[in-house]
Design a protein around this ligand. Structure first.
Ligand SMILES: C[S@@+](CC[C@H](N)C(=O)[O-])C[C@H]1O[C@@H](n2cnc3c(N)ncnc32)[C@H](O)[C@@H]1O
Length: 279
């Protein structure tokens, strides 16, 4: 069979299988942040950055809209959207993240954000209702039951669905390190599988790359050791001791702001979005 025929014959079950195969057996549990997640992750993700600015320009929001934010985390995106719409509901399976969001809501006295503690996989019209816009920002990459989740959120959304997922060019330094010790770095399921799955479900989305310019930045070697995705559970003790020397060799001092960075170390983030009822 030629490659063309192969591609033509792939249906939604094949694309779902391709996606879940890539996730791997061991990630079958819901990945969410909890008390074991280093505090620094929470602090850094809360910082308003280039990604948030570009996302806000890409979303299509109306002041009367209701929005469902799947995997809202501590609400860096949720709170920005809240300024532009009538009401936003943040959904997350991590109680700790929702507590942080609630602290923000109370502190800033925000009146139009509600939260739901739930797995994205359990969000259906019956459990959450309908919303004008559904967004999942950087929360979709560990979803196993991807086809059902897509069908559900497509039903929940009245106007638009926006999915922000990772591209193929992330974690290049981590991959270089794994390569240097003769191991393969297991990546997230590629966004192009998601695109093909959507097409096989007769959903024809738009795709845009965020083209983030800024490098990832670290305060010091320890910060890079904690925040970069080293997948330490896949390394033995000897390999873990090699990480810090690798960081020292591969991150450079930015004399302007005193941070450590490397020009190849950027976030590659992709927006997949579609309009409901186009025809
Ligand atoms: C990287 S954070 C993204 C936070 C925020 N959306 C943003 O873009 O800044 C991922 C969040 O998704 C949540 N999450 C991941 N998988 C989930 C699932 N299956 N169900 C519910 N929440 C999930 C995690 O608990 C975490 O709060």
């Amino acid at each position: 069979m030629s490659n063309q025929e192969c591609i033509r014959n792939l249906d939604e079950n094949d694309w779902e299988k391709a996606w879940t195969d890539e996730l791997g057996e061991k990630k079958k549990f819901t990945k969410h942040w909890n008390k074991d997640t280093p505090k620094i992750h929470f602090e850094k993700i809360a910082v308003y950055d280039e990604y948030h600015e570009k996302l806000m320009h890409k979303l299509r929001l109306d002041k009367n809209d209701t929005v469902l934010d799947l995997g809202c985390g501590e609400g860096a995106v949720t709170t920005l959207i809240a300024e532009k719409v009538a009401k936003i509901t943040g959904l997350d399976s991590s109680k700790m993240m929702l507590d942080l969001l609630q602290q923000r809501i109370d502190h800033d006295k925000i009146g139009n954000i509600e939260t739901i503690e739930m797995k994205i996989e359990d969000a259906t019209i019956d459990s959450v209702g309908k919303f004008d816009v559904v967004l999942a920002s950087r929360s979709f990459m560990g979803i196993y039951d991807i086809k059902n989740v897509i069908l559900n959120i497509n039903e929940i959304a009245k106007k638009y669905v926006f999915l922000v997922v990772f591209g193929r060019r992330n974690w290049r330094l981590e991959k270089k390190f794994f390569n240097s010790i003769g191991k393969k770095y297991s990546d997230f399921a590629p966004y192009d599988y998601l695109f093909n799955l959507l097409v096989s479900l007769e959903i024809y989305p738009n795709i845009e790359n965020f083209d983030l310019i800024g490098n990832r930045k670290y305060d010091d070697i320890d910060d890079a050791f904690i925040r970069m995705k080293w997948k330490k559970n896949e390394l033995d003790d000897d390999e873990i001791t090699k990480i810090k020397p690798f960081i020292e060799e591969n991150l450079f001092l930015n004399k302007e702001d005193g941070t450590l960075e490397n020009p190849i170390d950027k976030s590659d983030i992709v927006l997949i979005w579609w309009k409901k009822n186009m025809f």
